[in-house]
Design a protein around this ligand. Sequence first.
Ligand code: GDP
Length: 365
Amino acid sequence: SLTAGIVGLPNVGKSTLFNAITKAGAEMANYPFATIDPNVGMVEVPDKRLDRIQELIPAKKVVPTTFEFTDIAGIVKGASKGEGLGNKFLENIRQVDAIVHVVRAFDDDNITTVSGKVDPLDDIDTINLELGIADLDSVNKRLGKVQRAAKGNDKEAKAELAVLEKIKPVLEDGGSVRSIDFDEDEQKIVKGLFLLTSKPVLYVANIAEDDMADPENSKYFPEIKEFAAKEGAEAIAVAAGPEEEIAQLDDDEKAEFLEAEGVKEPGLNRLIRASYKLLGLQTFFTAGGKETRAWTFKKGTKAPQAAGIIHSDFERGFIRAEVMAFDDLDKLETPAAVKEAGKLRLEGKDYVMQDGDIVEFRFNV
Ligand code: GDP
């Protein structure tokens, strides 16, 4: 399954955020891997559609979908040279599918920072530079091999060479691969290079509690957002400390706390949804009977493979899917009304699943 890795300099609030995430997910009764790896946290995806479906098609229970965060500890300057835990750090990043990059964006003289000042853009630069140096190293190694092959008639080598030559100067300039525009063919080649700075990234500003109600007003958040936009990335603001407290409250207390802070929903929910999107994940639903449930699939998944997420038998014996869009059920309020309006669809094995589909799979056993 796909996982988002939480990355950042020491003392920016990574562990606090990770704790908030895992506490929010700790209530999940039967997550079998919970004790295997302390650095992996399972999180529920908050989704109001699930409540609405349960209201319209009541089931015995409601099961949200989940995905994984990985806490990646220990970046230090010089990681790309293998100093300290450097190699391990880069190796851990190589294994995640997206990066959640946390930066310190609050003032507090009692909590020290690595650089001795609060400067989120400088922090971002420090980490991206380490990742960029590691990438440059990979690119140079690859260039050595490909250059030789490209001298002959090897078309693939020539294409890869062109991509490498496009990437190299950007990295030498301290930039990230994700900021480069590639066409579709080039993208395929880039994917095969497994570069760290080509992974999708979400910048998370750990803001002060006082700025929770209006992050735009934070001293640091606007510049982080602006930087992210230049990379084609997204930035969100959360206050890790308070979020960790909120995550431990029951629903009533939570509502009270949020109201006192002047915010509508926990920032953690926004972080979870943004990370889910960053990973290219989407949700379909099954409804009624024993349970109403949300399921995670990778964007572009076809119906039989989506059925296989529920059970491998469903994929093997797949006949068709009966599908209605959440928005149609939401509007028309009963499955019968959706059917009458001609909006209950029968889809075959080539159907590409859409976010919000409510599905019943038909299959042979
Ligand atoms: P990590 O090294 O990046 O994992 O950072 P930690 O999560 O351990 O946080 C470092 C210090 O900052 C701890 O003392 C936290 O309690 C504190 N901290 C984390 N988030 C916040 C926050 O939102 N506000 C304030 N004031 N302190 C925070």
